[in-house]
Design a protein. Sequence first.
Length: 365
Amino acid sequence: MNAILEALRHNRVLWLLVVVPVVFIVEHMAADAHTALFLLSVLAIVPLATLLSQATESVAARTGDAVGGLLNATLGNLTELVIAITALRAGMLDLVKASIAGAIVTNALFMLGMAFLLGGLRHHVQEFNRATARLQAGMLLLATFALMVPAAISASDRSDAGVLVQHLSVGLSVLLLGAYVLGLIFSLRTHRELFAGVAHEPGEAESVWPVGVATALLVIVTVLVALVSEVFVGSVQHAALTFGMSPAFVGFVVVAIVGAAAEMTTAFAAARKNRLDLSVGIALGSSAQIALFVAPVLVLLSLVVAPVPLDLSFWPGAVVTVLVSTLAVALVTNGGRSAWYLGVLLLVLYATFAMALYILPPALA
């Protein structure tokens, strides 16, 4: 507990935690103040993400970077899962699809690119376990190919294309879930020695929180992030109209970045501390988890909670973007070493996709 109080005392970003209750008060008293709720929710997510980052690092220091990265990715994606379920209940299927594709690309390009850049600016060359990167890239490639099939059927002239896509989406969801579970067994149990983190020189002394305290804090903060994120999603579309942003851009870029704020904070901090295995595990692990777990779960849940079932038929631009991102990540991480310019390449590619989507958004329903 003393370590937590010490962090609150010295990290001024955590002082913004006072904004968290303000978000819920304003939502209760002025639910139509969308712009204010948008700004307040962003300010609230930042300190929560910082707290989640420090708690995750404490757990990873005792469990290893592989487990720590999986834990952080899972808790971070829980926020996006809650957001997506809320949108599903409202029948906002296009926003859900845009947020799924955006989260995959944002984590693979923006999060990993920034981690490479920030880590490379402090360390000349960094090393990481390329077996982890290869596995995650392979899982992403599998999911991308799975997305191509429904998209191809939707583009056909068949009169029953809609029914076929829905049945195919359910079948593919079951297959992807099975592949993800087997991937966890492979990397964390049967072949865990292949995915051990690369040894790095210890940096400055860091205060590590007790595992029990850090784990409890992870759960509490994750719940708070999910609640604040719901407020954010409820206000972001109204606020986006002021800035001329399309629903696709909001889901693909804005929701994806804010939803992954907690994971990004951890990944960036780990990269600067030369713990690039943790950064790579969070970035690529989160992308793979969204593609092979979150998206299939949403498809299956939509059969129960959504007015219209969700399918895996994304607009062509989204499929191409995910495919190019996966191939780029596979190429960049193949060597197991990184420097700051590799991060620049990934960031420029991400900015290209975001700019194209802002200027020429897809025609969604």
